[in-house]
Design a binder for this molecule. Structure first.
Ligand code: HEC
Length: 108
């Protein structure tokens, strides 16, 4: 019985893991979670004068550049104060785009 239980938990870890790996490629990627763990340190607090998520006017002005430019500046960094990839070195470009979209979604 005990053995069965441990097999079950290994199995569920595997399922969770493969679901996460799959999620990275699809809409179920949790951009909100990624935002919380990487970008929130600056964008949730205004640290280093980062534009605050939730500040409608700030993001409206930035969105004038177009979402592609915002994503590009996220990938490359901006003015030496927005770090390249927002310090999320293992985020793919698509994931960074999803996070930027999430941030914009939270700021309108
Ligand atoms: C170390 C602090 C810091 C972290 C961490 C950080 N940012 Fe930033 N970010 C900034 C600052 C500061 C700016 C403003 C740069 C400027 O306008 O000169 C900025 C600007 C931006 C912009 C606007 C770019 C533009 O063209 O106006 C986007 C989009 C952005 N960050 C996305 C992200 C994402 C996504 C993450 C997490 C993956 C992230 N940032 C993590 C500090 C940070």
């Amino acid at each position: 019985m005990r053995k069965l239980k441990s097999i079950c938990s290994v199995f569920s870890v595997m399922v969770t893991f493969s679901w996460t790996a799959f999620g990275a490629e699809s809409d179920s990627y949790d951009a909100g979670q990624a935002y919380q763990t990487t970008c929130f340190a600056c964008h949730g607090t205004g640290q280093a004068h980062a534009p605050l998520v939730g500040d409608i006017i700030e993001w409206e002005i930035r969105l004038d550049k177009g979402i592609d430019t915002l994503v590009q500046n996220t990938i490359n960094g901006l003015n030496g104060i927005m770090p390249a990839r927002g310090l999320c070195t293992d985020c793919s470009n698509d994931q960074l785009r999803a996070i930027v979209e999430y941030m914009l979604e939270q700021s309108k």
